[in-house]
Design a protein around this ligand. Structure first.
Ligand SMILES: NC(=O)c1ccc[n+]([C@@H]2O[C@H](COP(=O)([O-])OP(=O)(O)OC[C@H]3O[C@@H](n4cnc5c(N)ncnc54)[C@H](OP(=O)(O)O)[C@@H]3O)[C@@H](O)[C@H]2O)c1
Length: 306
């Protein structure tokens, strides 16, 4: 079974995705190809790549080498760069490069960051991308954004003829309090959240914090119920997709890749379990990927080290 969510443009997006932007893959073609092939062979149904990662060619090649039909694998890429001059010619050339690197049209194209467009030109940038959908260049490609704060979403939504279908963000229980204004806008406009760094509480928080024992308890319960060895990382990814959020994780290890893929076979968490993780997570504020997300977007006054 592949869990999917319905996007506002009607397409079904896989809830669980494998990214080739981190885990030692960023910027190197060969590992992204090798691990992309392993990921697809293990059963991954969606790949998250980007201009910035320099892994688009490897993504297209991995699909080709395993003989995957494009329609069976969801591919997201992103227009990256910084302060790209916002002209139709520039954007058309950039987008054509994405298509030619991949050798097919992606299912979803994101603006990687609010600072990809030139200063103050988020709205114009979006309008040009919309024109590329409407003139056929990006026909059938869903449009979305990444790392957009409330003010960035507002700039786009004020003028959008095509609303972004997703906003890809660092998302996990320890950023929920900070993200609430973003999540409120997204709920109003039917914008799905995509979580990158979803395993941050377990991998990057110094102690794992208050959700760690809860995840362990649920992992033990699921291990007994299913007879399979379920770990806390699998429970956290299951929590993410049970929140209606696309989980963009990654792994280069066959064992972890298998665990990621087999999340599809796990039963959903109960409402009580989902809420318990969320309530414990909301007491902490801890983020790994800073960049601009905290600029002009106030952080909650919460401890990071509970
Ligand atoms: N839009 C953006 O600005 C942005 C920013 C960052 C990332 N991303 C995207 O999101 C993807 C994932 O980001 P992320 O790396 O931060 O995600 P993550 O899910 O928080 O962390 C992935 C790491 O978790 C480890 N892992 C996986 N399963 C595990 C398990 N069962 N137990 C223990 N460790 C496990 C993997 O290491 P092993 O290889 O050792 O298994 C991997 O390096 C990226 O590749 C990229 O495509 C986007």
């Amino acid at each position: 079974m592949t869990r999917t969510f319905k996007l506002s443009d009607g397409k079904a997006i896989p809830a669980l995705q494998w990214g080739n932007g981190t885990g030692g893959l960023n910027g190197k073609h060969d590992p992204a190809l090798e691990y992309g092939i392993t990921a697809l062979k293990t059963g991954v149904k969606a790949i998250d790549t980007a201009e910035l990662y320099k892994t688009e060619i490897a993504t297209g090649e991995a699909l080709k080498q395993v003989g995957a039909k494009k329609e069976d694998i969801w591919v997201t890429t992103k227009v990256s760069g910084s302060h790209i001059p916002t002209t139709p010619e520039n954007l058309k050339a950039n987008v054509q490069e994405r298509l030619s690197n991949l050798t097919f049209k992606p299912d979803l194209l994101l603006v990687h960051n609010p600072f990809v467009p030139e200063e103050g030109k988020i709205a114009q940038f979006w309008t040009i991308l919309e024109d590329l959908v409407l003139d056929g260049t990006l026909e059938g490609v869903s449009l979305g954004v990444s790392n957009y704060r409330p003010q960035d979403l507002k700039a786009v939504l004020d003028i959008a003829r095509i609303k972004p279908v997703v906003n890809q963000l660092e998302y996990h229980p320890y950023v929920l309090s900070h993200l609430q204004p973003v999540l409120d806008i997204q709920a109003k406009h039917g914008i799905i959240t995509e979580a990158y760094g979803p395993l941050t509480p377990l991998l990057r928080h110094p102690t794992g914090g208050p959700i760690k024992p809860i995840l362990e308890r649920i992992a033990n319960k699921l291990t007994k119920e299913t007879g399979k060895q379920i770990d806390s990382a699998s429970v956290l990814l299951l929590w993410t997709i049970n929140k209606g959020v696309v989980a963009v994780t990654t792994s280069t290890k066959p064992k972890n890749l298998e665990k990621i893929v087999s999340i599809e076979d796990l039963p959903d968490l109960s409402k009580e379990e989902i809420d318990e993780i969320e309530q414990a997570g909301r007491k902490v504020y801890f983020r790994h990927y800073d960049e601009h997300m905290t600029e002009d977007f106030p952080e909650p006054d919460l401890p990071s080290d509970l």
